[in-house]
Design a protein around this ligand. Sequence first.
Ligand SMILES: Cc1ncc(COP(=O)(O)O)c(C=O)c1O
Length: 386
Amino acid sequence: MGGNFDKITKRKNTKSVKWDLKSEDILPMWVADMDFEVAFAIADAIKKRAEHPVYGYTMAGEEYYEAICSWWRKRHNFDIYKEWICYSPGVVPAINMLIKAFTKQGDKVMMGVPVYHPFFEAIKNNGCNLIQSELKYENGSYSMDFHDIEDKMKSENIKLFILCSPHNPVGRVWTKEELTRLGDLCVKYNVLIISDEIHCDLVYKGYKHIPIASICKEYSDITATCVAPSKTFNIAGLQTASVIIANEELRAKFNSVLESNGLMGPNMFGIEATEAAYKYGEPWLDELLIYLQNNLNYLLEYMNEKMPRLRVVVPQGTYLVWVDFSDYGLNSTELHERLLEKGKVWFNEGYIFGDAGKNFERINIACPREVLIEGLHRIEKALEGI
Ligand SMILES: Cc1ncc(COP(=O)(O)O)c(C=O)c1O
């Protein structure tokens, strides 16, 4: 059953991180969750379970694993097996634990920047050293700088590469060719890969998500793929994710970190929601993707017409739009304050994704069209007179 994406569902006073951290007059278009109601089948599965009034320790049953395996096989041509699937209460916790499992203090971890900001914290939390490879920003689009990556892998003894695929915040859906170049370098220089594929299902027409571990055995042997239904189906509050690790030795390392944190039991509602989402949520997702595409087109046309000094990095995936405000000549703080105080609209400041992100803002367009239009008006107001 499809969704009604135009419907405005008030989220204020629902203990929402997105909506309840600032006052009512600020329009939140920042953190990556959507303002859409979930697919009926998900809400129904949760309600059914909630009706049984005992909420004890829960385990994931066969159907849960089967739902995940079928989804990945069908949507992403990735043949995974129940035994490969490890539990995690989220992808960010998974990345923290994977770094702990695969490195020792002082090891070097590489990633392409700008990138999702909790990766920086995860590297620091584990006492590792970050080696950045700045993504190339040319003609309004980003790509990996393979020469820089190889130079650094050759000279820096890198242990681990954190790949964001599709990439938050720049919206790239990496091609098979790019992933192969990266995978080959990682194999050549003995670098393990953490591939965060949480945005895998949110890909626009004309692009295809390819799990790096699905390309060949050499890559799947060195990769831990982080996945979750949370972005796809808007259930981040249920804190249920998985890490797919084909290599038995690496899997054992990850599971031992999980155990050492006492993290073995899944969230009861998360299990129900995941199963329902993967089994019945596909038609809803297909409609969502059309809605997001139309929102994106609206934003592009609006900015092109009314604010041509903004440079939009057109996303190939994710509902996050990376916008370059540098033509206005404001520093990061001035820009953000102006948007918040004059425009009353809240985006993620670009610099939190790394220095290369200053002068950018990340705009979340997963909201009813009416809300998006309001957000665009607010940007215009914020920039008035500059
Ligand atoms: C690339 C990426 N990874 C992970 C997360 C968060 O994952 P989780 O809520 O499962 O910790 C996000 C949320 O925005 C994200 O964009």
